[in-house]
Design a protein. Structure first.
Length: 563
């Protein structure tokens, strides 16, 4: 498989090999301007060719070509601003620029494309590892109470935890296995937590795990030193435990998610190839839309997590496409990064007005492009989490769950693949829990059930708070009997949890569950929900604290227990 530098050199080589056609396009566009000098569309087309060339040439290290094209583009802008068409002096300057561009391309063809061009700068490549059923978290702290409490909280979240007390023990733990996440105190008995983080980051694959640093120190320099060492978050002692665990989960979700999808809207094939190579090497799935008139189709079919868009496009501008995106509420959090040769203040203002999130000027180095995309995706992911996750349980909201369940139904309707189960879970006598022990205790019961679901369900499973005390789960690629057995085990584990009321009294809670398998021939999402809801109602009517499938095959697996 070719390396990163090899791929970019190949893209640069193709760009240079196609230079004759680019020069021919410039000459044709210039000829149209000279034939119809007062026609604004002809001038706009010439400017677009210079604009594209300025950005692409600079990216591939052809600085002279880029500077010549950019100067010619500025002449187009000045001519348009003055009106009345270009003077003979201006047209002569354009002709000279095209001649010099052609000469520079010929010189470039006679030289090998080496590793000194800006295009060969290496972007940060994310190392993907197979996901584990439970993420492995390494906790490094010499305070026993902190270790114990944090371990319990993280295990409650469905995470696997290793705990050590010293820097030496941390080194040994890293030697044994790179964790999926690290929580480390700054002050350790035999050294510094900063050194532990730096050790992790220096190891193969050590750039991936999220790192949270904790400390009694709370000075600004402590925060900045933590960031410099490679930490993703910093918390002061005494710890806000809920905030710490929530932040760690957010960071883990970021690392465990599928590769983000980036839609590139760029009519310049060579520059689009550069952007694709840069972003694919950074771990993204990339789709290129070269025809702006097909943008709507690409947006709907690819469903990108971010758009990289040129401003100067044929027939329609990038601003117009951005406004089109912003009119649809489903794309409210979709980041748009403008990537263009437009350097004027007016272009920046236009970016803001059109709803753009970032503005990069061609030629943009690959690492800067990758870093900008990563930053915008991270912020968008965080906003989506706030919008799509229930604040109490951190499971999907009702609407988010329905959207994802609908996507599963659509996929199953197109392809006769492996079976999928829809499970409805409802807490038994939850009103009694609230009335007897208070709503805060009831909230803790809801959180405990969500923790059980997170601990034992796969990351690929869709888990949501359907409403009130009701939860819903889509289990893909599972047989009905296996889904029933899984829910029975979860019911047993949940029933064994001891909850505590405000006066210190303890109590237990149970749930009932209904399971329905998706039937491609007879079901849409509504009918699937109806089937699972009917099974849940049957479990409730049969005495609660039980699991029932829609076909009632599991009825004999467990005797009824009156809750």
């Amino acid at each position: 498989m070719p390396g990163w530098d090899d791929e970019l050199r190949e893209v640069a080589r193709e760009f240079i090999c196609g230079s004759d056609e680019r020069v021919a396009q410039l000459r044709r566009a210039l000829g149209e301007v000279e034939r119809l000098p007062t026609e604004p569309r002809r001038l706009s087309e010439l400017r677009r060719h210079f604009h594209r060339l300025a950005g692409a040439a600079g990216t591939f290290g052809l600085c002279e070509v880029s500077e010549l094209a950019r100067a010619a583009e500025r002449l187009c802008d000045q001519t348009e601003a003055h009106g009345g068409g270009p003077s003979e002096i201006v047209r002569a300057e354009w002709r000279e620029a095209v001649d010099r561009i052609e000469t520079a391309f010929r010189a470039a063809r006679s030289e090998p494309v080496g590793g000194d061009t800006r295009a060969t700068a290496r972007a940060a490549v994310r190392t993907d590892r197979p996901g584990r059923e439970a993420a492995d978290i390494l906790v490094v702290d010499d305070d026993e109470s902190t270790r114990d409490l944090l371990s319990r909280l993280l295990r409650h979240e469905g995470l696997s935890v290793r705990v050590v007390a010293t820097m030496g023990e941390a080194t040994a733990a890293l030697d044994a296995r790179i964790p999926d996440g690290l929580v480390v105190d700054i002050d350790l008995p035999d050294g510094s937590g900063y050194a532990v983080v730096e050790d992790l980051r220096a190891r193969p694959g050590g750039d991936v795990p999220p790192v949270v640093m904790i400390s009694l120190k709370n000075g600004f320099l402590d925060h900045t030193e933590a960031i410099h060492a490679g930490a993703d978050a910093f918390f002061e002692k005494p710890l806000d435990w809920e905030a710490l665990v929530r932040k760690l989960q957010q960071l883990l979700d970021r690392g465990g998610a599928e590769a983000p999808c980036v839609l590139v809207v760029e009519d310049d094939a060579d520059y689009a190839a550069f952007v694709r190579a840069t972003l694919e090497k950074a771990g993204y799935l990339v789709e290129v839309c070269s025809d702006p008139l097909r943008f709507s189709e690409s947006l709907a079919a690819f469903r990108p997590d971010l758009i990289v868009m040129d401003i100067v496009l044929p027939d329609v501008s990038g601003y117009d496409l951005a406004r089109y995106v912003r009119q649809d509420d489903q794309y409210v959090t979709l980041p748009i990064v403008f990537l263009t040769g437009e350097a004027q203040l007016a272009a920046r203002i236009g970016t803001v007005r059109a709803g753009g999130d970032d503005f990069l000027i061609k030629p943009v180095p690959g690492p800067l492009l990758a870093a900008s995309v990563a930053a915008r995706l991270e912020r968008a992911r965080f906003l989506k989490t706030l919008l799509n996750r229930d604040g109490l349980t951190r499971l999907l909201t009702h609407s988010s769950f329905m959207d994802r369940a609908q996507a599963v139904v659509a996929q199953k309707a197109r392809h006769d693949g492996p079976p999928a189960a829809l499970v409805f879970i409802d807490l038994d006598h939850f009103k009694t829990v609230n009335d007897t022990h208070g709503h805060q205790a009831g909230d803790r019961v809801l959180v405990a059930l969500s923790g059980v679901l997170r601990r034992h369900l796969r990351r690929s499973d869709i888990v949501g708070r359907y409403g009130g005390e009701e939860f819903a789960v889509v289990l893909d690629q599972i047989q009905e009997s296996d889904a029933a057995r899984l829910m029975l085990r979860l019911a047993d584990e949940f029933a064994a949890i001891e909850h505590r009321g405000p006066t210190g009294t303890t109590f237990h809670a149970t749930f009932s569950a209904g399971i329905a398998m998706f039937d491609r021939a007879t079901m849409d999402l509504e009918r699937w929900i109806q089937a699972a809801d009917a099974a849940l109602y049957g479990a409730k009517r049969a005495g609660r604290n039980r699991v029932l499938t829609h076909t009632e095959r599991v009825a004999a697996l467990r005797p009824g227990i009156q809750a």
